[in-house]
Design a protein around this ligand. Structure first.
Ligand code: FE2
Ligand code: FE2
Length: 403
């Protein structure tokens, strides 16, 4: 049994024991001592262990623990809101016990009064909660229900924005793509789109040029999922396409901001650098996770037109993946309706017109037509907000109640 598996097994035993016995029972002390010791052993190899519980999957750091596939506690922990568990290097025995008490209470297993159980008290050495708690010492719950308040839909994507910003920083600083966070952002977006009976499209409006990559990534993820759904795809494919949409411009994290936001015409060298974001993005994604081949294909192909034009140039023309063709439509829509340093934003009507005219040459005709129809049908159910609105906690423009 590997050390992380040993720790999780003893952690579950402690939780089960604590659910049965009161605070002063010796069985409880023995169980806590044993799992604390195993945790400290584990920490001699990995000072700050991190676990994620994703339904039936347990991930240690970035590696799924295959032996824990059928571990029933993973689903229980995830369902009670413990999807992520992080230990600092200096966990004390007291903190550890307090943390176990909190988990017991969360799971609804408390054998003792909740006042004694001290559930939910903040611990600096152990952090646990929903996915997205990484970074900056904050607990940022990416929980579906938090996106919606009462019957009225408010724009609640602040945490998703923060997570995407943090994700881009990680790619820049550590050349590492935090995939779990990307997937959790997409799940939250999918929930935000379906909080009401009818689909809603939450879009961010750019105000500050340096926020472009964040707002654009989120918008393209939302639009991609909306179009994939309109094309009749199932929930799993819709989410995989959403992740690909979220990551399509990841290569832009490697391009200097002066080139990205240059108001004038690009020089040949600058254009070549700009266009390299496709190849660079695909490389970052594949280096992070070879199984993300769909997202890598989309990062590589999303500027290629249906007639073979666009970039990167390929010596042998072949059909792009349908996810790339789909993201291409959504990408152009979001780019054109956004104000950029080198041109003003287009009116939505003009953008839809452009997509219609380009069907068959630039864009896949079925996808372009379905997208244009969808956006016309959804008029009034597109919710707009700026990042500044989100940060100030301002409620977005309320969408019309019926299309
Ligand atoms: Fe791009
Ligand atoms: Fe893009």
């Amino acid at each position: 049994m590997s050390e992380p598996v040993r720790f999780l097994t003893s952690f579950a035993q402690s939780v089960a024991t604590m659910a049965l016995y009161g605070p002063s029972h010796p069985a409880r002390k023995r169980a806590v001592d044993a799992s604390y010791r195993i945790l400290r052993d584990l920490q001699t190899h990995e000072a700050q262990p991190e676990f994620s519980f994703l339904g039936d999957e347990v991930v240690y750091g970035h590696h799924p623990l295959r032996e824990m596939r059928d571990w029933e506690w993973a689903a229980r922990l995830a369902a009670s809101g413990v999807q992520r568990l992080e230990f600092a290097a200096d966990v004390s025995r007291d903190d550890f016990e307090q943390f176990l008490d909190g988990v017991v209470a969360r799971l609804g297993l408390s054998a003792i009064e909740s006042a004694e159980a001290r559930p939910g008290a903040a611990l600096s050495s152990i952090r646990y909660g929903p996915l997205g708690i990484r970074g900056e010492g904050r607990i940022a719950p990416l929980v579906a229900q938090d996106l919606l308040t009462d019957a009225s839909l408010t724009y609640g994507l602040t945490e998703e924005v923060a997570t995407v910003e943090w994700m881009h920083e990680q790619v820049t600083a550590r050349a590492q793509l935090p995939l779990l966070e990307a997937e959790s952002v997409v799940r939250s977006l999918a929930v935000a789109m379906h909080g009401d009976q009818e689909m809603l499209i939450p879009l961010l409006t750019l105000r500050e040029f340096d926020e472009y990559t964040t707002t654009h990534s989120l918008n393209v993820a939302v639009l991609t999922m909306a179009l994939a759904e309109a094309m009749g795809m199932g929930a799993r494919d819709v989410r995989a396409f959403g992740v690909a949409g979220l990551l399509h411009d990841l290569g832009k994290t490697r391009i200097p901001i002066e080139v990205l936001n240059k108001p004038g015409k690009l020089t040949d060298d600058e254009r070549a650098l700009m266009q390299s974001h496709t190849i660079e993005g695909a490389r970052i994604i594949l280096e992070s996770d070879r199984e993300l081949d769909l997202a890598a294909a989309v990062a590589y192909e999303h500027h290629i037109m249906i007639d073979g034009g666009g970039y990167p140039h390929r010596r042998i023309a072949r059909k792009c993946h349908c996810a790339s063709a789909l993201v291409h439509v959504c990408d152009v829509y979001d780019a054109l309706r956004t104000h950029r340093p080198y041109r003003a934003a287009w009116e939505t009507v003009a953008v839809l017109d452009y997509l219609e005219k380009g069907a068959g040459s630039d864009f896949d005709p079925d996808l372009a037509r379905t997208f244009v129809e969808l956006m016309r049908r959804m008029e009034g159910r597109i919710e707009h907000a700026t990042l500044a609105d989100l940060r100030a906690g301002v409620q977005a423009e309320a969408p019309a109640t019926s299309p």
